[in-house]
Design a binder for this molecule. Structure first.
Ligand code: HPA
Length: 292
């Protein structure tokens, strides 16, 4: 691809982004979402606590990808959570579904264009830290990207963020500190650790789990990192949590992983994660803090 074609791709992508943003802006009027939430596996219940004002099935929004995984609904919600104006992705996109990284992260760009400056994101993950048990929560402190493509590849839109964005601290330390305090108040087990993203869709071999532990990861999953890279590119503050749905290390503990078991393990952790996020939103956004 020549330089001209690369530029042309950026222009097309800009136009798609403006069209999707314009469509939503035309319907939500002057509503200003501050916090974006990606409801991954384990956080579906949070939607019940949102006072929803607008709801858009993904196929209705111009240029939005459409989720192909049945366990993920596909809707964009606008409303309030604990009084905070939020924009929520109920259902997300994964690389293994066949989307490009630009498609997976398109909704995060739309969030930003609509005013969102904070991102909360959750996922299901395999536990690699031997201290972990099924249905535990892990606050993401850092990540390792093993996905074969990067959402920032191609011409950079300088208005959104720099060509070479810093990634020395992708997850907001203040939000991590608050979340740990809340977990302690609630009396729940939380870990803090490194999430490694792989392409999937197959689960890991024992040798791969061992490798991922060896390179410093505490949990492995197939999402989140592309969204976080794009959010950080635009300077959004990010908080991420994994629900540990199966154990990958030590390898003697590896059992067959089925979608049913992953969903069941995530479902058991849902009330804790939902409560943690609710309280975090209360603390972070109720008292006029969180403006940036
Ligand atoms: N590996 C990768 N992705 C996952 C896992 C796992 O063990 N569990 C849930 N998502």
């Amino acid at each position: 691809m020549g330089a001209e074609a690369i530029r042309g791709e950026l222009d097309r992508w800009k136009a798609c982004l403006e069209e999707a943003t314009g469509y939503l802006r035309g319907r939500i009027g002057s509503f200003e979402p501050r916090l974006g939430i990606v409801l991954g596996t384990g956080l579906g219940q949070l939607a019940e606590h949102i006072a929803v004002e607008w709801e858009f099935p993904y196929p209705e929004i111009p240029h939005f990808p459409v989720s192909t995984v049945e366990s993920h609904a596909g809707r964009l919600l606008f409303g309030h959570l604990e009084g905070c104006p939020v924009m929520v992705m109920q259902g997300r996109f994964h690389y293994y579904e066949g989307y490009s990284m630009k498609e997976i992260t398109f909704p995060i760009r739309v969030m930003y264009r609509l005013g969102v400056r904070w991102l909360f994101i959750s996922n299901a993950a395999g536990g690699l830290n031997p201290a972990m048990q099924v249905s535990d929560l892990m606050i993401i402190r850092d990540h390792i990207n093993l996905l074969p493509e990067n959402p920032l590849r191609g011409a950079n839109w300088d208005e959104l963020g720099p060509r070479f964005p810093d990634m020395s601290m992708p997850y907001d330390v203040e939000l991590i500190r608050r979340a740990r305090e809340i977990a302690e108040e609630m009396g729940i087990r939380v870990h803090e650790g490194v999430y490694v993203a792989v392409a999937g869709p197959n689960l890991e071999t024992k040798a791969e789990y061992q490798f991922l532990r060896l390179i410093g990861a505490d949990a492995v999953g197939m999402s989140t990192v592309p969204e976080v890279i794009v959010a950080r590119h635009m300077g959004m503050k990010v908080f991420g949590v994994s629900v540990i749905t199966d154990i990958g290390y030590p390898v003697e503990k590896v059992e067959e992983v089925t979608l049913e078991r992953v969903i069941e393990a995530a479902r058991r952790a849902e009330p804790w994660l939902t409560e943690l996020i609710r309280r975090l939103v209360q603390k972070q956004f109720a008292c006029g803090e969180g403006e940036s």
